[in-house]
Ligand binder design. Structure first.
Ligand code: KIV
Length: 275
């Protein structure tokens, strides 16, 4: 049996069962080697459409395609064997109607082997979530700051500044919960709003720029490692990979230019075959 079969991984119902219990540890992953490093530590690996910005240098997630998500989803599945792997449905692949979303989600699940998809709150999202869940597709909902809506919002802006905004985000979370989402990502909201959502819904909440009282936390791996140039307020850096990589490249360049690399130990020296 392949080590990638879903049965050996944490399941969507197990994640749902962690409501109010042991905190969910979630991280994004985009490549096989990174997934292999994170897999022993994380309950859930998200192949987030943030990959458009952190891996492909796009200005937002709007340019990310289904093919890009599938390519990275396959890599993360190859690199991991334990964590639940969730793949984002990218902008333009699910918002128009449930049947379109279903086709996109089926492609993602069949071509990557992942166990669930994530959709951002939008008009009709609850109907789509219920449609997918009813057809065997576990769904995570994403409320609050919605990166795919950055053009409507005028940028990446935290939510919950006005009462109307708080009520809208709370309503999105409640609707996702009632539609059967097995977890809800709550991004970029006032901590008090995140706490209200966590109390109001039966699905576990996964916070990012939200509150420590969410049922779990997620960070973009490149942010957490200090790989991405810009660090949002809510990120805690657990490493400084930019400095590490830049220093290593500088040392390598100096060695090559000075003729110090490769050295004797890095050369092949086969015995000359007898004539
Ligand atoms: O795309 C992503 O990485 C995400 C996380 C920020 C939750 O949606």
């Amino acid at each position: 049996m392949s080590k990638h079969v879903a049965a050996s991984r944490i399941t969507a119902p197990q994640i749902r069962g962690r409501k109010g219990g042991e905190k969910l540890v979630c991280l994004t992953a985009y490549t096989a080697p990174m997934a292999a490093l994170l897999d022993p530590h994380a309950d859930l690996l998200l192949v987030g459409d943030s990959l458009g910005m952190v891996v492909h240098g796009l200005p937002s997630t709007v340019g990310v395609t289904l093919d890009m998500m599938i390519l990275h989803g396959r890599a993360v599945m190859r690199g991991s064997s334990r964590a639940l792997v969730v793949v984002d449905l990218p902008f333009g692949t699910y918002e128009s109607d449930p049947a379109t979303a279903y086709r996109a989600a089926v492609r993602v699940m069949q071509e990557t082997g992942c166990q669930a998809v994530k959709v951002e709150a939008c008009a009709g999202a609850a109907e789509t979530t219920a449609f997918l869940v009813g057809r065997g597709i576990p769904v995570i909902s994403h409320v609050g700051l919605r990166p795919q809506a950055a053009n409507v919002d005028g940028g990446f802006k935290a939510k919950g500044r006005t009462d109307a905004e708080r009520q809208r985000v709370l309503a999105d979370a409640r609707a996702a919960d009632e539609a059967g989402a097995f977890a809800i990502v709550v991004e970029g909201v006032a901590a008090s709003l995140a706490d209200e959502i966590t109390e109001a819904v039966s699905a576990p909440t996964i916070g990012i720029g939200a509150s420590p009282r969410c049922d779990g936390q997620i960070l973009v791996i490149d942010d957490m490692l200090g790989l991405f140039e810009w660090t949002p307020k809510f990120v805690r850096r657990y490493g400084d990979m930019r400095a590490l990589i830049s220093n290593a490249a500088e040392a390598y360049a100096a060695d090559v230019r000075a003729g110090r690399f490769p050295g004797q130990a890095e050369l092949y020296a086969f015995k000359t075959p007898a004539p």
